[in-house]
Design a protein around this ligand. Structure first.
Ligand SMILES: [Zn+2]
Length: 134
């Protein structure tokens, strides 16, 4: 799997970008209603508004889903920059320095060609939360 940023950040970025795109389409659609563009203009405006609304709803879903995912992510201190980051799955990147963090020893071999962007750091997942009673 190829990813440049940490997964949580990536999902958030895409969710936000799509929300902005959807809002822009809705604004274009609204402009078509406000300014009289004739019959054809109104049809185009309505289409823009519908597309904008759908993409906004979908992207908001993605954004909230990213929020849900980040709560289930493993929190750990990055061994490279020492800051607290969140990790999704067995392999992810640090949110701050983009170092590849992995708990999967198999990943070391496939990560050889990733050294230009940062090297993989094997680590144990933080299991602090398992000691707390639910
Ligand atoms: Zn880091």
């Amino acid at each position: 799997m190829r990813f440049r940023s940490s997964k949580v950040n990536e999902f958030r970025l895409w969710g936000l970008a799509l929300t902005m795109g959807g809002m822009l389409l809705m604004i274009i659609g609204l402009a078509g209603v406000v300014f009289d563009w004739g019959k054809a203009g109104r049809i185009v405006a309505v289409i823009f508004m519908i597309i904008g609304m759908i993409s906004m709803l979908v992207s908001m879903g993605i954004y909230f889903w990213a929020g849900m995912l980040s709560t289930s992510a493993i929190a750990l201190d990055c061994p490279e920059c020492g800051r607290r980051t969140k990790m999704l799955g067995k392999t992810d990147r640090c949110m701050f320095c983009k170092t590849i963090l992995t708990v999967d020893p198999q990943y070391q071999h496939t990560a050889e060609n990733e050294t230009a962007a940062g090297h993989a750091v094997p680590l144990e997942p933080n299991r602090d939360h398992e000691h707390k009673p639910h």
